[in-house]
Ligand binder design. Structure first.
Ligand code: C2G
Length: 449
């Protein structure tokens, strides 16, 4: 008897899961299906799982395809199971191509083609749809979004869009995702939600068109270059009853939320000052280093460094002074902004041609919090006091490259399982655009000096 084993979360059971199990069954005579526990999913960074493990096991059972159902609850269990049950073939969808090659030492490994374009759940009441996401822009962020989305339950990437044929062709070939090269309206018909990762100056236009078409929008930062444009987009989203989020990954990472809570818990007393820096000596040929209009360090990193400032010091600032060092292209290779609050201060620094310590420091009347680079992923931070021997160390759970957390929030907001936008409210995002607007005005002044 040829034994086959496969594993999965099987959340919001859909035709992709069903097809996989059907073909897995055909690989042998006996199919074992491992269903992941919430604990294991959390440990491996699978997010936004909606169904309980009992529901997920029940949905697999209802297919009648599994001869045995086990639970998967720890790393390394696959090897144990293959040996314990005398398995001949391990199989899983092609989105895992290569990841499980190490199991070839124990049995045959078969990757089965993933089902594209799944759109609805089966074997359950359809209160949750599988959200069909379309990616606008096929540059550096798009492939990262594809790989991180694999860990977000409840969605599928249906297609992409890029009017630049060469980039579109390259992305479609590599990611095997249908890519539109024109007819943005056609692209929008094929999706429920849009992730905008196109050049900075196009975010507002794509967001507006998508919102008007009733699509949910997750847009890379900056969402807009002026307060008015930002307010217009959030009003449009409200009128259309769709989700609009600015993709500032720092705001959605689990550790960042924990840092905010620790800072506001009173541990460090009254928060008086926030200092955040983010610099990266980028490739001199990259857009951020060459585009004097929409490149530069503040447009690249400003929203990230401003997030802890706005979250901790609030939206009501008294004044802001933004100053930059420009190169011959008119690119701000280093920008510093000093912000004055009624009872406090903030300083942010960004750089693409200047390197400094990438850290976040939150200063209080009883102590301070310090997070070293890459603080925007918030994998660790310390709370320190006057007594240097007292250091409280935090290492929050973090998986992948950080995008899955904002994607998970986006999908759960669309599915209605996560109503509030406390992680980055529309008001905070609008203030972000106000700072961007003041930077662009300062830049105009500087360039005509
Ligand atoms: N799948 C598919 N087509 C889809 C979606 C999923 O073929 N459109 C496959 C996956 O490749 C996987 C199975 O269905 O083989 C279950 O998918 P998930 O529930 O998303 O589980 P996953 O997170 O892929 O975990 O140890 C668990 C394994 O790593 C698989």
């Amino acid at each position: 008897m040829k034994k086959v084993i496969t594993y999965g979360t099987y959340d919001l059971f859909h035709e992709g899961h069903y097809n996989l199990l059907k073909r897995a069954k055909k690989l042998g005579d006996y199919l074992i299906v491992g269903v992941t526990t919430e604990h294991f999913d959390e440990a491996r960074g699978k997010v936004n799982v909606v169904d309980s493990i009992m529901e997920r096991i029940d949905n697999v059972r209802k297919t009648g395809l599994a001869d045995m159902i086990i639970i998967e609850d720890h790393e390394g269990q696959k090897i144990e199971d293959i040996q314990k049950y005398g398995v001949d073939i391990f199989t899983v969808g092609s989105d895992w191509e290569g990841v499980f090659d190490y199991l070839n030492a124990f049995c045959k490994v078969v990757y089965l083609e993933r089902t594209p374009n799944i759109s609805s759940t089966i074997l359950r009441t359809n209160q949750f749809q599988i959200v069909r996401v379309g990616i606008v822009g096929t540059g550096r962020m798009a492939p990262r979004f594809v790989s991180e989305s694999k860990y977000v339950s409840g969605m599928t990437i249906n297609c992409a869009y890029n009017p630049i044929k060469e980039s579109a062709d390259k992305f479609e070939k590599k990611e095997k995702i249908l890519t539109y090269r024109d007819k943005f309206e056609e692209f929008l018909k094929d999706v429920d939600a849009v992730y905008i990762a196109s050049p900075n100056e196009t975010h507002y236009t794509y967001a507006k068109q998508s919102l008007k078409s009733g699509k949910h929008v997750l847009s890379e930062k900056p969402l807009a270059f002026t307060r008015i444009e930002s307010e217009e987009l959030y009003r449009l989203a409200k009128d259309q009853n769709v989700v609009l989020m600015e993709a500032i990954k720092a705001a959605y990472c689990p550790g960042f939320q924990q840092l905010l809570n620790v800072a506001k818990s009173g541990k460090i007393g009254k928060i008086v000052d926030v200092e955040a820096s983010f610099t990266r000596l980028a490739d001199p040929a990259s857009r951020e280093c060459t585009d004097g209009n929409y490149g530069g360090s503040f447009l690249e990193f400003g929203p990230s460094v401003l997030t802890p400032v706005i979250k901790l010091m609030g939206k009501e600032y008294l004044s802001v002074n933004i100053d930059s060092l420009y190169d011959d292209n008119g690119v701000d290779i280093f920008t510093k902004a000093d912000i004055r609050y009624p009872e406090g201060f903030a300083t942010v620094k960004t750089g693409v041609g200047v390197k400094t310590e990438g850290q976040l420091v939150v200063s209080g009347t009883k102590g301070y919090i310090i997070a070293q680079s890459p603080w925007w992923l918030m994998k660790r931070f310390d709370v320190r006091y006057e007594n240097p021997s007292i250091v409280e160390h935090y290492e929050p759970n973090f998986q992948g490259d950080g995008l899955r957390y904002e994607i998970s929030d986006f999908i759960s907001k669309i599915n209605g399982t996560n109503k509030n936008d406390y992680k980055l409210t529309s008001g905070e995002s609008i203030i972000m655009s106000e700072f961007i607007e003041q930077f662009m005005e300062q830049k105009k002044r500087m360039r005509f000096v």
